[in-house]
Design a protein around this ligand. Structure first.
Ligand SMILES: *Cc1c(COP(=O)(O)O)cnc(C)c1O
Length: 458
């Protein structure tokens, strides 16, 4: 370790220092996450069961909880070179503004055209689909970040990309939609008349503006009924967390290079992929007893899967066609009130993170959105980057922790994940600026209603 070396404003890795492997944290966990179950028989899903829905190589990664390192294929490394390494930034300006003795770092994943970390997994998933000789992939998108990332990756590999976009977003976020179409994806508002499940939902709820769970059901049906297509998902699954480990591996390599060790690592949690990826190598050390860190997951108060959810097997989609996953969940029928962080609206959570949280290895907090936007603005004004509302959940808690250090005089080192930019979220910023944004916390009754959708096990 090099002591007292001047820390640059931005730490970039040399090409030779970039990670060549993804790290599979599950391999080092004592208590492994529970297996995916068949939604009908409740038996563990096998590779054969999953093959009609997902690409073969991705199924292997999903089911593997013993292999610690997966070599990143050269083609994916080449694509990563277009926008990685992502900078690790020392937030000197924010520290000064807060007058805190804490040292704040953030890993910035918004520097690619799709504007978020989702491209790290999109290129991997598109690559394995192409390698399998498939014609294309289907997916859903809510706020649009995942659809955008996947459209970019598919364009690069000349793969067809069909996106089911939650109808309300399709109508309210025309810019995202057009970015996807620019990259050659077809975008269908969901629910649609293109699928049986879409027709059924429209018959039962005419005029519905759709939901993520419903769009997932449509995308899965399309993938399994069209020859040469598979379904891909941008969060929640363990394969996604595996690909996102590139965030944590780069961050750790950059910090190690300057002899810096974080005390607290913070990330926003929607389905858990960026947080899981960021903490993976650090959590691996903690589990092996080689180092200690505090990990904090930050979620919106409107959709508090960790802090108020149940640890149980649940459906991943409203159509109940996807495998059951054991996770912290609010129930697949839980509809979060209008939060402006579309990427954090998912009812469940990645199964690996759920197990770590249940084992007490990680903490979680939930925060109301007006405080999140206040933190976003404070950050933008000193650090320059205009953050995504999702990412700003992590900013909010990083600031809180830095202010605690100010009170106690402790010089803690804080690392947080800045997952993306907020240029497509200016309507939300507008509401905040006009004082029209409200905070909403679900009542116990609303949560109980969500839990009533949980499948009965045994
Ligand atoms: C999708 C998204 C998230 C949340 O997804 P995770 O799987 O929890 O990482 C966070 N930030 C941004 C910018 C996103 O697009």
């Amino acid at each position: 370790m090099m002591a007292n070396k001047e820390i640059p404003y931005k730490i970039y890795l040399e090409e030779s220092e970039m990670p060549k492997y993804w790290y599979n944290l599950r391999a080092d966990m004592v208590n492994k996450p529970a297996p995916l179950l068949d939604p009908k028989t409740h038996k563990p899903m096998t590779a054969e069961d999953l093959a009609p829905v997902f690409c073969d190589e991705l199924v292997k990664q999903e089911l593997d909880d013993t292999t610690a390192y997966f070599a990143i294929p050269q083609e994916i490394l080449d694509f990563y070179k277009m926008y990685r390494p992502a900078p690790l930034v020392r937030a000197y300006c924010l520290e000064k503004k807060l007058q805190t003795p804490a040292k704040i770092y953030y890993k910035y994943e918004g520097g690619n055209t799709s504007g978020s970390h989702k491209l790290n997994s999109a290129i991997a998933q598109a690559y394995y689909a192409k390698k399998q000789g498939l014609k294309g992939v289907t997916t859903e998108t809510g706020a649009g970040q995942w659809g955008t990332a996947l459209a970019m990756a598919c364009a690069y590999l000349d793969l067809d990309c069909k996106v089911y976009m939650v109808k309300v977003s399709y109508e309210q976020k025309p810019f995202r939609r057009e970015v996807m179409r620019t990259y050659g994806a077809s975008v269908t508002p969901s629910p649609s008349m293109e699928t049986e499940v879409g027709k059924k939902i429209l018959a039962e709820h005419p005029g519905t503006t759709g939901s993520l769970g419903c769009a997932i059901s449509e995308a899965v049906e399309k993938a399994t009924s069209l020859p040469g297509y598979r379904y891909v998902l941008g969060s929640v699954l363990n394969q996604v967390m595996l690909h996102q480990s590139v965030i944590g591996l780069e961050a750790k390599a950059a910090m190690d290079k300057y002899g810096v060790k974080p005390d607290i690592i913070i990330g926003c949690a929607g389905g858990g992929s960026n947080l899981g990826g960021l903490i993976a190598p650090f959590m691996g050390e903690k589990i092996k007893g080689n180092a200690d860190y505090r990990f904090i997951a930050v979620e919106p108060a409107t959709c508090p899967s960790f802090t108020r959810g149940k640890y149980a097997y649940d459906y991943c989609d409203t159509g109940m066609v996807c495998p059951l996953s054991k996770m912290y969940t609010l129930g697949s029928g839980f509809i979060p009130a209008g939060t402006h962080s579309g990427g954090l609206r998912y009812h469940g959570m990645n199964s690996t993170l759920s197990q770590l949280y249940d084992d007490g290895l990680m903490e979680a907090v939930s925060v109301p959105q007006t405080e999140v936007f206040k933190a976003a603005e404070e950050f933008a004004r000193v650090e320059g980057i205009l953050p995504a509302p999702e990412s700003s959940h992590a900013i909010k808690v990083a600031i809180d922790e830095a202010l605690k250090c100010k009170e106690t005089g402790e010089e803690k080192t804080i690392l947080f994940g800045l997952t993306g930019t907020g240029y497509f979220d200016m309507m939300a910023y507008e509401k905040f600026h006009d004082g029209k944004m409200v905070d909403y916390v679900p009542t116990e009754e609303e949560l109980q209603k969500g839990f009533s959708y949980l499948p009965k096990m045994d």
